[in-house]
Write a protein that binds this ligand. Structure first.
Ligand SMILES: [Zn+2]
Ligand SMILES: [Zn+2]
Length: 488
């Protein structure tokens, strides 16, 4: 009995202790809970508003209000209201001397449900029109998250895997956030064209993209505390490039060369083009490079299968250097990373190369191979043999019947691994021909599509399919970066 009473007393004592402990914990948690509740209330910290310049100078425009709306002047006074579906038309007067409506003013057009239609496209947010006697500049004021809904689909296909879409969304948000005031002299942050990011408003929104925007809400990529320059391209073709090697300027720690095995199955991983000497001569005439006979062509590049700095042409009018970017532009090449089909390899080099049977099974060393030259027997038939550089040395092989999937890219360095004879990579695969007979045609073998700096989109799509998270995808292509959530 005595014992049981003591036990009861102990239980009561323990109970009250627990109560006190729980109260203390609750009090400790209270401020956190309040802060969490505050964060959940919309617009306590509202998302940044982006000012998007819509097109160039408008000599006329039409705004439709799907749910009704109003026009407001600079001082914030409502001067006109519109019924559901009503339209506001503005245009420069046809005849000179006629009064320009709202000349010298800024007018604001609001929709009742925060949506207005400019000409044919529907946009979230509201519009501002700065009117002069030459026309109107139109700016869409829109929340950054709503803006992204109208952007991401134009930057990467909306049918891409969810994590790939999220990676692209973080890129687009980082770009938008870092580009505030980029068009400051025009009273805007960004424009709606490829100069900044293509933005088509509600018409570009997709059911697959909205969840990617929501899942990454407020998240941007930073390096050294600053939003990064989020460069990306369609396909790197096996390896991305350092920013300074492509665009010049200072090297950025987060835009470093990355070996990418993921874009292999995408388009333009490898590509070939033939350019006749006649077409080259004709196209270069516009660049003030005049010749009629081409005897030799060679490439200047930091290393094989790297971006071409110059194409050096030996012609009847002397030696001309043409920038790789110029050749890319003139012939609409997917990238400036290419080598030339090579008829100038010496017998010794070919003899030193290890022959590979046409149907030899793939192995790892071959998967990491880099094609350095194509030996062309007959220009009309394309390359019959290819010289490839593998982890186990230089190899020679017949042209495969189908695509060249076994050829990847040797990831590193300027040296030729395991090669029987040392030779300078610059001597191989960079020269079209030596000799006295004029060249008829250049065979070009390239990799990748775009500038090849930053994120590779073809790789991103493949990584998404393989269930990499968007954080992993971004960390793979951008070095030394962190994700940060903006406070809204
Ligand atoms: Zn722009
Ligand atoms: Zn890639």
């Amino acid at each position: 009995m005595q014992l049981r009473q003591t036990e009861k007393y102990r239980k009561a004592w323990f109970g009250s202790l627990m109560l006190i402990a729980i109260s203390v914990m609750l009090i400790a948690l209270l401020p956190e809970t309040c802060a969490a509740a505050r964060r959940n209330v919309k617009n306590v910290n509202s998302e940044p508003i982006l000012r998007v310049k819509m097109g160039g100078n408008h000599t006329g425009f039409k705004v439709t209000f799907p749910d009704g709306g109003w026009l407001q002047n600079k001082r914030g006074r409502k001067t006109r209201t519109f019924r559901k579906g009503e339209t506001f038309n503005w245009g420069l007067p046809g005849k000179r001397g006629r009064r320009v409506e709202y000349r010298g003013e800024s007018i604001y057009l609001f929709g009742n449900k925060d949506m207005v239609q400019l000409n044919k496209n529907l946009y979230r947010g509201h519009l501002q029109a700065d009117i002069t006697d030459k026309g109107a500049r139109i700016i869409n004021h829109v929340g950054i998250e709503d803006y992204l809904r109208g952007v991401v689909g134009s930057e990467i296909g909306s049918l891409s895997p969810p994590e790939s879409l999220r990676a692209q969304t973080v890129i687009a948000r980082t770009y938008a956030y870092a580009s505030r005031n980029k068009h400051g002299s025009e009273g805007a942050d960004v424009c709606d064209s490829t100069h900044c990011q293509v933005y088509k408003g509600v018409s570009a929104e997709r059911a697959t993209i909205d969840p990617a925007v929501q899942a990454t809400r407020a998240i941007i990529m930073i390096s050294d505390g600053e939003p990064i320059t989020t460069l990306y391209h369609a396909s790197c073709g096996g390896m991305t490039s350092d920013n300074d090697k492509v665009f010049g300027g200072a090297p950025r720690s987060y835009l470093r060369r990355v070996v990418c095995p993921f874009c292999r199955d995408g388009t333009n991983f490898r590509w070939t083009r033939s350019i006749t000497a006649a077409a080259l001569s004709k196209a270069l005439r516009k660049e003030k490079v005049i010749f009629s006979r081409l005897y030799d062509a060679e490439i200047e590049a930091p290393q094989p299968m790297d971006r071409v700095s110059n194409l050096v042409l030996h012609t009847d009018s002397g030696i001309h250097k043409v920038r790789g970017t110029t050749i890319r532009r003139l012939f609409n090449l997917p990238s400036t990373t290419f080598v030339l089909g090579n008829r100038g390899l010496t017998r010794e080099i070919i003899a030193a190369a290890i022959p590979v049977k046409k149907h030899e099974p793939q192995n790892n060393s071959q998967k990491n191979a880099i094609m350095i030259a194509a030996l062309v027997d007959d220009a009309s038939e394309g390359p019959a043999q290819l010289m490839i550089l593998t982890a186990s040395g230089l190899k020679r092989t017949l042209r495969p019947e189908e695509g060249w999937q076994t050829i990847g890219l040797y990831p590193a360095g300027d040296t030729v691994p395991g090669s029987a004879e040392p030779f300078s990579p610059a001597q191989i695969g960079t020269r079209a021909r030596s000799g006295t007979a004029p060249l008829v045609q250049l065979e070009i073998f390239g990799r990748g599509y775009g500038h090849q700096v930053g994120l590779c989109q073809a790789g991103t799509i493949e990584m998404g399919k393989r269930n990499w998270s968007y954080r992993q995808i971004l960390a793979f292509y951008y070095s030394n970066v962190a994700l940060r959530s903006l406070d809204y």
